[in-house]
Design a protein around this ligand. Structure first.
Ligand code: HOZ
Length: 433
């Protein structure tokens, strides 16, 4: 069986640990929870990344979502290259900002107005401030295992790195910052109804990943998002869909497009920048008009609307809406996860799988989890071994049992078959890894 050498990555990681906390600039990518060191990447193209040891990996992280058209797409490169001589940053309006707002609105009509920012974290932070400013209320509702970036008020039982590293709440977050954060179990309709019954008139916003991607991949139960919509409307709370992961990913119009549910505000990141740092928040015009300078809810950013990043994001949105088929992407992703499941079954291993569009999850458990609490019951040791085994077969999966995976339009049928064959080779030998 093929096993790769990652010697140079290991050496670079040792050097990086002297200069960067944990050797990285974002926690999950350190591979700490899978008991190994990260790969240092030299270049990425299409569905692949090459590490510093010269290994070509089939990439199912896709920069944690943005690379939906594949890495280094020639048309994106051409657009960005053409934009570069016009300057990197103006700190002043440019026409591209209108164009990207129009492109987003076309795909997500609920975004009647939007504000560009530089990351998903910023988008969620600003959307919550806006919801509080708009309603004059302070309480917010979030769900365990959902991750909305690292703003103080949101670091309560969050997903992604906090779930991966088992950190329930972060030191450094003042108690006062989270005293108005109500945290509920995702998919628990009764808890949601009870919270609104008790606090309805104090709730400024409900923020949710409509399909959770930061606690593996968890879809909402039937009527759950609809219930959220109804309760928010009834009690005058702002419903915020955090589609940083799912936007332009589970379908062209995100979860709201798939489900036909209109949130009041939406937050975006990842695909909207196509690999460059962009986030956005937007939604109902009557709410968005409260943002400064048209209103008094303050939020600003020197690099907001950066012309190079917007060019990259805009071209990515154009490509995914005009050139590619989400039906094909969905089918390919489904084929991948069903193939993994069949391979696991063949070797007597329980694996539950799910996918939507180009986003997927798999868990070493007999049934699909409906919440972070259920996901945490899966066999994490098996996951770690599988992860390391697949890495040695040239397959680069998310290094955490609490992150979703991503398939791009650049992944071919052959890539998917190769991945399934690799899993078939790894499953019977999990104890080796
Ligand atoms: N928060 C992202 C994962 N859900 C990014 C992780 C990383 O880049 O390390």
């Amino acid at each position: 069986m093929q096993t790769l050498s990652f010697a140079r990555s290991q050496k670079l990681f040792e050097e990086a640990c002297r200069l960067l906390p944990g050797g990285v600039n974002s926690p999950v990518r350190a591979f700490k929870s899978v008991d190994t060191h990260p790969l240092f990447i030299e270049r990425a193209e299409g569905a692949y990344m090459w590490d510093v040891d010269g290994n070509r990996m089939i990439d199912y992280i896709g920069s944690w979502g943005p690379a939906i058209v594949g890495h280094s797409h020639p048309e994106v490169i051409a657009a960005v290259t053409a934009a570069l001589p016009r300057g990197f940053s103006y700190g002043a309006p440019c026409e591209l900002e209108i164009k990207i707002a129009e492109a987003v609105q076309k795909l997500m009509p609920s975004m009647e107005m939007l504000r560009l920012v530089s990351s998903g974290t910023e988008a969620c932070m600003a959307a919550l401030r806006l919801a509080r400013g708009f309603t004059g209320r302070e309480k917010i509702v979030k769900f365990t295992g959902c991750y909305h970036g690292h703003a103080d008020m949101l670091l309560v039982k969050a997903g992604s790195g906090m779930a991966t590293l088992g950190i329930p709440g972060s030191p450094g977050v003042p108690q006062g910052s989270t005293k108005d954060t109500l945290t509920l179990v995702y998919n628990d309709s009764e808890a949601l109804a009870a919270t609104f019954a008790q606090h309805g008139s104090e709730i400024a916003a409900v923020i949710v990943e409509p399909f959770v991607g930061n606690a593996n991949f968890i879809r909402p139960k039937d009527a759950y998002l609809e219930q959220m919509r109804e309760l928010c409307t009834k009690h005058g709370a702002v419903l915020i869909f955090d589609e940083v992961m799912t936007g332009f990913r589970v379908g062209p119009g995100g979860v709201q497009g798939l489900k036909g549910i209109k949130p009041d505000l939406t937050t975006l990141g990842k695909v909207i920048g196509g690999g460059m740092p962009i986030g956005a928040y937007g939604g109902r015009a009557d709410i968005m008009r409260h943002v400064a300078p048209s209103g008094t809810v303050y939020q600003a950013g020197t690099l907001s609307g950066n012309p190079i990043a917007v060019t990259c994001g805009l071209k990515t949105l154009e490509l995914l809406s005009q050139k590619y088929s989400f039906t094909d992407l969905s089918n390919r992703t489904r084929h991948l996860v069903q193939g993994l499941k069949s391979a696991a079954q063949k070797h007597g291993i329980a694996l539950s799988v799910d996918s939507e569009g180009g986003m997927f999850g798999f868990m070493f458990s007999a049934t699909l989890p409906q919440s972070y609490e259920e996901a945490a019951q899966a066999n994490i040791d098996q996951f770690k071994r599988f992860f390391r085994g697949m890495l040695h077969q040239g397959v680069y999966l998310a290094p955490s049992a609490f992150e979703a995976g991503f398939v791009s339009f650049a992944h071919s049928d052959a890539d998917i078959e190769k991945t399934i064959a690799a899993a078939d080779a790894v499953f019977p030998h999990l104890s080796r890894y």
